[in-house]
Design a protein around this ligand. Structure first.
Ligand SMILES: NC(=O)c1ccc[n+]([C@@H]2O[C@H](COP(=O)([O-])OP(=O)(O)OC[C@H]3O[C@@H](n4cnc5c(N)ncnc54)[C@H](OP(=O)(O)O)[C@@H]3O)[C@@H](O)[C@H]2O)c1
Length: 337
């Protein structure tokens, strides 16, 4: 089967089209013929080698963390899906830019009936991240106020819609172009990050969802009310994440040591702070499918590239200036990248 892979880590390292063995189906797994995949910042971070000391991958390595496709085969213990179902989901580790993926029942959900398979590929990782940030970690409630730091990207544009659906008061940081893109989603308050510092102009809010990290994350602590919450997807996961992901005590201790400064800051300010990694969750992805089908949630695709242009797509996502999502369509026979 085909796979788009890298031979080694490096910022300029291109993906190349390789022929590799088909993955093996087990009794608890599902084999999916991949039609399309979205690109996420984690893909270029892995390519760059940013995670090479933590995630020990061998080369050549298939990139990609989410996909849409059609079920080709199911293991004997699978009860929720059948051969021929159109599904989307995330791969627990890198490897969705290839012809077939094998995943578990919890990694996928049926695609929304009102999206094509290729469009559906834009949803899983960004959608789950937005959903988990707002509802699992921040437990956002009606009428609460929230700042979404970096709202015009893949995760942000979905988080904004979900927060508005929850009847929250939503603030976001965006450029002029980001504002023009996001206004279609409803009534938002914008802070142009080129002109203003959000921590100098915003009132105190109940919650911050951080997609930017660095100083912006640190300054978030200045604008959250005492007793409020911050959830981040840009910094080292907190022990609260380790616990929820059932990591053993050793990893929990390591994350505790690595996040001690954030813990001190959150204690000093009386703000609950979580940093998390997105987890597979069939029920949550199913909920996202329903929201899209009922037209309460939209995904926005900046551009769909054919597989042969995957390196152009990688260059584009690496710019950090995508509005919404970028998708790669593998349905035409894969060609050399
Ligand atoms: N922990 C996890 O499991 C997890 C999961 C998903 C994503 N992430 C991380 O979350 C972050 C966001 O992911 P994403 O997919 O949404 O990224 P993305 O789509 O690449 O975000 C790009 C967007 O960020 C905007 N932006 C750039 N600089 C900004 C600034 N200083 N302030 C406000 N907005 C700014 C850009 O708009 P302009 O160009 O107009 O400024 C663009 O629309 C990434 O770091 C990603 O690695 C983590």
């Amino acid at each position: 089967m085909f796979a788009y892979q890298i031979k080694q880590y490096g910022k300029q390292e291109p993906l190349f089209l390789n022929e590799i063995a088909k993955p093996v189906l087990s009794e608890n797994s599902i084999m999916i013929k991949v039609h399309a995949a979205s690109l996420n910042p984690v893909d270029y971070r892995i390519r760059n080698g940013d995670a090479k000391y933590v995630l020990r991958y061998s080369m050549p390595l298939t990139l990609g963390h989410d996909f849409s496709g059609v079920i080709e085969a199911v293991g004997s213990k699978i009860t929720q899906f059948r051969v021929g179902d159109s599904v989307y989901g995330r791969t627990p580790v890198t490897g969705s830019f290839q012809e077939y993926v094998v995943v578990g029942e919890n990694d996928i959900a049926k695609t929304p009936k009102n999206l094509t398979l290729v469009e559906s590929a834009s949803v899983p990782l960004a959608g789950l991240t937005a959903y988990q940030g707002l509802f699992d970690w921040l437990q956002l409630k009606e009428k609460q106020s929230i700042l979404i730091l970096g709202g015009s990207g893949g995760v942000g544009h979905i988080a904004i819609q979900l927060a508005l659906l929850a009847n929250a008061k939503v603030y976001t940081t965006a450029s002029k172009e980001g504002k023009a893109f996001l206004q279609q989603f409803g009534n938002l308050e914008f802070i142009d990050y080129h002109k203003e510092k959000f921590y100098e102009v915003l009132p105190q809010v109940d919650a911050v969802f951080d997609m930017r990290g660095g100083d912006e994350l640190i300054h978030s602590f200045d604008i959250v009310k005492a007793g409020g919450k911050i959830a981040s997807i840009t910094s080292i996961p907190t022990p609260s994440y380790a616990k929820s992901a059932n990591m053993n005590w050793f990893y929990q201790m390591i994350l505790r040591a690595l996040t001690v400064k954030m813990h001190q800051l959150s204690r000093k300010k009386n703000i609950v702070f979580h940093s998390f990694l997105t987890q597979s969750n069939r029920q949550e992805l199913q909920k996202i499918t329903e929201l899209i089908e009922s037209k309460k949630l939209n995904t926005s695709i900046q551009k769909i590239y054919p597989g042969s242009e995957i390196n152009t797509a990688m260059k584009e996502i690496s710019s950090g200036h995508i509005k919404g999502k970028i998708v790669v369509d593998f349905t035409n026979k894969a060609k050399e990248a």
